[in-house]
Write a protein that binds this ligand. Structure first.
Ligand code: PMP
Length: 287
């Protein structure tokens, strides 16, 4: 089966898909992206993902490459062509192609739009055995709220985690607090059953899964506090977990080799995973 990518107006064979060498995304990381989950042929949280894309574009003064409804059409068409049933859609917008210069191009350039898809296994309500995380210094810039393709600090942190046998890196700021994961948001459950996750500001990405889980926690009448928490507090927590479009709600059972709680998946993370999967099953199927 041919696998398609969408590149600037055309659906092309994934193997032949390419962009210009002077695309500002390629040379300067001057672009933004989104990753939207697909489960059972259903897009998860399409509207908030496109809202966040809109915000990222506005923050960097990049125009929409196509009208927003057209992007909704393109991502559905790519899902259909690739028969994407369970997986991820990657969307990237860069400022476009121009002779290399740090400053924005002075003549108008068309932003470049690329979409690809990836098949993944079907994620179910069972969270599995949980994952280990490794702490790494947060060496990123001061606008982590913008979902830019400039991900080198995240790449290096994730690689360090993987080399130590951990699944994710937890990034630690100068105060010893966990900001977020390299590609996930970070949560803990305290001794008195409070859910804690860092407040959204310029220090972290406002995860779409995080936002949905806030609503779910509220519906379940769980107590949620948005505040910084230290690595030491996380290690003493009852439970910990991460959220993202890719990992849904995934329990964290080890931090830097130390067990969280009894080292097993806890009831709160399990329940939240179940409810998130229920939410992901709503919505209309595309494929
Ligand atoms: N933080 C960072 C740094 C990320 O890259 C991601 C993944 N996009 C997240 C958090 C989680 O965001 P979402 O729930 O929208 O996938």
């Amino acid at each position: 089966m041919a696998r398609y990518a969408y590149v600037n107006g055309r659906y092309v064979d994934h193997r032949d898909a390419s962009v210009h060498i002077e695309d500002r995304g390629y040379q300067l990381a001057d672009g933004v992206y989104e990753v939207v989950g697909v489960r059972d042929g259903r897009l998860i949280d399409e509207t908030p993902h496109l809202d966040r894309l809109d915000r990222s574009l506005r923050e960097l003064r990049i125009d929409w490459p196509v009208a927003r409804p057209a992007l909704g059409f393109i991502l559905r068409e790519l899902m259909r062509r690739n028969r994407l049933h369970d997986g991820l859609i990657y969307m990237q917008v860069t400022r476009g192609v121009a002779r290399r210069d740090h400053a924005f191009p002075t003549t108008p350039v068309k932003p470049a739009l690329v979409l690809t898809t990836k098949n993944t296994k079907h994620l179910g309500a069972d969270p599995g055995p949980g994952v280990a995380v490794k702490s790494e210094r947060d060496i990123r810039w001061e606008r982590c709220d913008i979902k830019t393709i400039a991900l080198l600090p995240n790449v290096l942190a994730k690689q360090a985690a993987r080399e130590s046998g951990a699944y994710e890196a937890w990034l630690i700021d100068d105060e010893g607090c966990v900001t977020e994961g390299a590609s996930t948001n970070a949560w803990i459950v305290t001794g008195n059953d409070e859910l804690v996750t860092r407040q959204t500001d310029n220090g972290i990405l406002a995860g779409i899964t995080r936002g949905t889980l806030k609503k779910i926690a509220n519906d379940l009448q769980l107590k949620l506090v948005e505040r910084p928490f230290t690595l030491a507090e996380a290690k003493k927590a009852k439970e910990a977990f991460i959220t993202s479009a890719t990992s849904f709600v995934t329990p964290v059972v080890k931090i830097d080799g130390d067990k969280v709680g009894d080292g097993k998946v806890g009831p709160t993370a399990r329940r939240l995973r179940e409810e998130y999967v229920r939410f992901a099953s709503e919505g209309e199927a595309v494929t």
